[in-house]
Design a protein around this ligand. Structure first.
Ligand code: BTN
Length: 119
């Protein structure tokens, strides 16, 4: 079935290590981002996620709570098996930064895509 556990690296060079999912499909992990918009030095940051268990090419989502930044990121994605059997995670993310005022809320959310392969 759909096994997300282990080490993954994305197109930016960020890495993450995911645990085995429990019977509900919930998993945890640690995210090592290669890039940051924060002022402080990058630190490994915990993530919490959930996946469908009943599909081979499953959908999943997770939240990263950055330890060095007051931002939060959410990722959603799907696992695919390529022609050569290599697994690929296609994801989209939202990165919410902390606004100092209601009037700057409009510019607080970034959106993007990342592709992960096994390290
Ligand atoms: C921050 O900049 O406040 C925290 C780090 C955010 C890293 C982002 S999350 C989406 C994108 N994909 C990555 O692997 N890193 C960046």
């Amino acid at each position: 079935k759909c096994n997300l556990s282990g080490w993954w690296q994305n197109d930016l060079g960020s890495k993450m290590n995911l645990s085995t999912a429990d019977s509900h499909g919930n998993f945890s992990g640690v995210y090592y981002t290669s890039v940051s918009s924060a002022q402080k030095p990058i630190e490994p940051s915990p993530l919490s996620g959930s996946q469908h268990l009943d599909e081979d090419e499953c959908t999943f989502g997770f939240i990263v709570n950055w330890k060095f930044s007051d931002s939060i990121a959410t990722f959603v994605g799907q696992c695919f098996s390529g022609d050569n059997g290599d697994e690929v995670l296609k994801t989209s993310w939202l990165l919410r930064e902390k606004s100092n005022s209601l009037s700057s809320d409009w510019k607080a959310t970034r959106i993007g895509n990342n592709t992960f392969t096994r390290v």
